[in-house]
Structures are given as C-alpha cells and as structure tokens.
Design a protein around this ligand. Structure first.
Ligand SMILES: [Zn+2]
Length: 503
C-alpha cells in the first residue's frame, strides 16, 4: 500500500498590505519527496502522519509529495497560487498511483482571485483521482471550512486545542481515520454547519480552566471517543479575512451514521451560537496596560493582538513600544519589531554604539506609525531556532539576521529581518534574554502565547492598539464577507438546520 502525504501551510490576513509570494514559501522551507519524509518525521502534523503509519500493523510505503509552508501574512499573489498549485500537482503526478492521500492543510489561505485556496486544490485533486481514493485532511482550528472542501475530501480533521499544542496529535488523529477507512471499511458520513458568526481570539483558549472554548472542546473530544465517530471539530475561523463563505463552523464525521453526525453537529453549533458573546474579550488601552505593567513586581505579558505575527500581521507596530519608553524598567522590557532595513543599517555599526533609528509603520502603512528611537546596538544574531509549543512541534524557524537595540529606560527592542513567532520564549532566548525574568514581554499573539506564559506571568493584559489583526475586527471595512454576519450585524434568530450540509 502507498499513501501520499503533503502539506500546504499559510494563514492569510487580508488586512495586511504585504502580499505573500513564492519567495516566502521558498525561504520558509519547501521540501519534497523522500526529503519530506526524512526531515518531517517528528515535526507537526506530518510527523504525526509518518509516525502513526509506521506503527500500523502493515506499514504502508509513505510517499512524500511536497511541503509548502509560509509564515502567516497578507494575501498571496495570483502568481504564488499558480506556483503552489503546480508544485502540488507536479508532486501528485510524480507519485503516480497511490492508495490514499493524507494532507496537512491550514485551511485559511487566500490568494488574489482565489478566496478558497485549499478548497480549489482539494477539488482539483478529487477530479484527478476520482471518487474512490480516500483523501483525509487535517486543518488548523482557525480554518475557514468551505462547502467545496467538505465535498472534495472524505474527512476533515481539525485541531482541538488553542493554543495549538495538539498539532502532532492532530496528524495522528488524521492517520487513524485513514487507517479505519482502509483496513476496517469505515464509511465517512459528514455533517457540516457554517455558523454566521466570527469571534475574537483572546477568549478562545481551550486550555483555560473554564469558558466557552473549554466546554466546546470537551464536547467534540468526547464525541470522538465514541466508536462510530471518526472525527469531530469546531472551527472558530481566524477573523481577518475579507472573503465570501466566511464564518465559523462545526464538522462531525461518523462511520456511516448520518443521523448521529447531524445531531452532534447541530447541537455543538447551537451551543456555539447561543454562547458566542462569551468570546468577547476585555481590552485595555496601550497607556493603561503599560502603566499596570509598571506597577507590577513580577513579569507582565502584554498581548498586542492587532500586530500578532501569528495572526498574519506585519509585526512592525510600535504603539506599545512608544508607551514603554515613558517609564524606566527594573528589568528588561522586551519588544519586537520586524524591520529588515534597520537590521541592514546595523550591519555597519559596532556593538556598543548609540544611534537613532526610525522604527515601525513601514510594513503596515495602514494602521502603523513610525517613531525615532535613540538606542545602543547591543548585539547582532541570527534568529534561528526550533520551536515547540503553540503552532509547532520541533518546527524549524529562521527569522533572519536580527539585532538587539537597548534604550536607556531598559527597553530592549529585538529587530528581525522576517516575521515569525514574535512571542516564543525560544526566540527571546536566541536573542540573549530569559523572557520569564523580564519586567515586560510584548507578545505579538492574541491567545496562543498563554500556553507558555500563563504559569510564569504575574499579570497578562490584552491590549487594544491599531494594527492589521484587530480584536474589534467588525469595526473595520470588510467588503466581501457574507451578510448578515455577527458581530458586524445583529441576527435575531438562527438555527443550525438553516446551514447544514450532509454528505
Ligand atoms: Zn490557528
């Protein structure tokens, strides 16, 4: 038996003016064929696929197609989409006859002229291989599941956790579904419900003690333990995509029990809808949050959600940095900025030299602002490390040449060439800092950072600053989304049966 595996991973934020290009994928780490199976054997979903299949009673031949990953950013160019499509289908053609496909897709990628990249790729794959070859797909929790994706794939398996600490396990779950189809004759039957609601990310932690996200996760995980259920997932979509078919979703797939799939999907979708207001976060202004941080003795983490690089924002907002500079800090206040031109400028400056730098507002020229910072060039380094936690298991990251700028207030600005996980402790450590011992860490992440900081921070505040991934996204102009859609619109009544798709 031969099983083909592959990956397309990018989360698009259409509010970000920076286009995602082929070069972004090539830089992040495309790998193909045998190299993919070797290099990804313990990384993210692909690692989950590979290790699961190797443990099957009759291990199949694992055929590596292609891994196409890029860090979350703006809409992909039409040329980039065409390149991804040809990379993927060239790999499918080269693999020749396979018995099934196991694919790790993010599920929220948008290209110019193509609002549903994964749906388009899955549809084309289905047309090429015919109705009988199983296609099992894993997706991020923030996927925008479309009807085209549901119709083209046999089973869609989403992450259960936010922070995304179950990526490898989602790969294992996907492989297990495929095993049941291939060896036990499982017949997937799916109920899918699109919910006319999009919710902020701040209160979406499934790993908190209580809350709506915790309750909904518990329910879908419980469904999955039932023997007739192949997969159950809830997908509160990431909120910064101006596209049709936009909305949250519930998807349940059983082994030939359409009634059970429908009932479970209906009931979870109804609970999500009825409790949607519980996702609304408490936000603090930058001035308030920084003042609170200054009053704390321990570590304060300030979440700058609007510039969250994990949400596809450009990472060069300096609104919080400007506030930090108004205080003196007993230990370091750590903040990051993506600014390749500043890194380049520092290449010719000896460490220890003081200079004035223009920071911010270059990449996000819509909501960003620029400040002048007089600081000492402390050190230059390569922001290259392996990340485990939210978003990754053993995931290699390379944010390029970087520099630490130290201001007299003890604010340290870590400037990188490229975007990346601008919250990860591994990143701060690569820069020479222990983030848990800082006075303040600005996490450019709305919620995922909690996975590592919750146990170390004396206080955490969600800050409302301008940016491309705003928490109050419904106050921004979206032209292409379906209406009515909550919270852009108040919707008096809605029932899951209105939007249920069964297959
Ligand atoms: Zn996500």
């Amino acid at each position: 038996m031969r099983i083909a595996i592959g990956q397309l991973w990018q989360e698009t934020n259409t509010l970000n003016p920076l286009a995602t290009t082929r070069a972004d994928f090539e830089q992040f780490g495309v790998c193909r064929g045998h190299d993919l199976v070797e290099q990804m054997a313990d990384v993210n979903e692909l690692g989950g696929f590979i290790q699961s299949m190797r443990a099957w009673p009759q291990p199949p031949e694992i055929v590596g197609l292609v891994r196409l990953p890029a860090w979350p950013s703006g809409t992909a160019t039409a040329e980039c989409f065409e390149w991804l499509r040809s990379e993927f289908f060239n790999a499918v053609d080269a693999a020749r006859k396979v018995d099934a496909f196991l694919l790790a897709l993010h599920g929220a990628m948008v290209a110019a002229g193509q609002p549903d990249v994964e749906g388009a790729i899955l549809q084309e794959l289905r047309e090429r291989v015919g109705p009988k070859v199983p296609i099992v797909v894993t997706l991020d929790l923030h996927t925008n599941i479309t009807r085209e994706m549901v119709k083209a794939a046999d089973v869609l398996v989403t992450y259960h956790s936010m922070p995304h600490v179950d990526i490898f396990e989602t790969g294992q779950r996907g492989a297990e579904v495929l095993r049941r189809m291939l060896f036990e004759g499982a017949q997937p039957t799916t109920a899918f419900c699109k919910i006319p609601a999009v919710v902020p990310a701040e209160n979406s932690s499934t790993e908190a003690v209580t809350g709506i996200a915790v309750d909904l996760k518990r329910r879908v995980v419980e469904f999955e333990t039932q023997p007739h259920v192949l997969s159950a997932g809830i997908a509160p979509v990431q909120p910064w995509m101006d596209i049709p078919q936009f909305g949250s979703a519930v998807i349940v797939t059983t082994d030939n029990d359409p009634e059970a799939a429908r009932a479970a999907c209906d009931s979870v979708a109804e609970e999500f809808w009825n409790r949607r207001r519980e996702y609304m976060p408490t936000l603090f202004s930058a001035a308030e949050a920084v003042r609170f941080a200054h009053q704390q003795n321990g570590l304060t983490v300030l979440s700058d959600a609007a510039d969250a690089t994990t949400s596809g924002a450009p990472g060069d907002s300096v609104w919080l940095l400007a506030e930090l500079l108004k205080y003196r800090w007993p230990r370091e206040a750590l903040v990051t900025v993506v600014a390749p031109e500043v890194v380049e400028q520092c290449a010719n400056i000896a460490p220890g030299t003081q200079r004035t730098f223009a920071l911010g507002g270059r990449r996000d020229n819509r909501f960003g602002t620029t400040i002048e910072l007089e600081a000492i060039v402390e050190r230059c380094f390569d922001a290259r490390f392996t990340m485990t936690g939210h978003i990754g298991k053993n995931m290699p990251i390379d944010m390029g040449r970087s520099v630490v700028l130290r201001h007299e207030t003890n604010v340290c600005v870590i400037v990188t060439t490229r975007s990346g996980p601008h919250f990860a402790p591994e990143f701060f450590r690569t820069a020479g800092f222990e983030p848990f011992e800082a006075s303040v860490v600005i996490a450019k992440s709305p919620c995922g950072f909690r996975a590592v900081y919750a146990d170390h921070a004396a206080a955490i505040y969600s800050v409302k600053a301008p940016g491309c991934a705003p928490s109050d996204f419904w106050n921004y102009a979206f032209k292409n989304i379906p209406r009515p859609l909550w919270p852009w619109d108040e919707i008096e009544s809605w029932t899951p049966t209105q939007d249920l798709l069964q297959k």
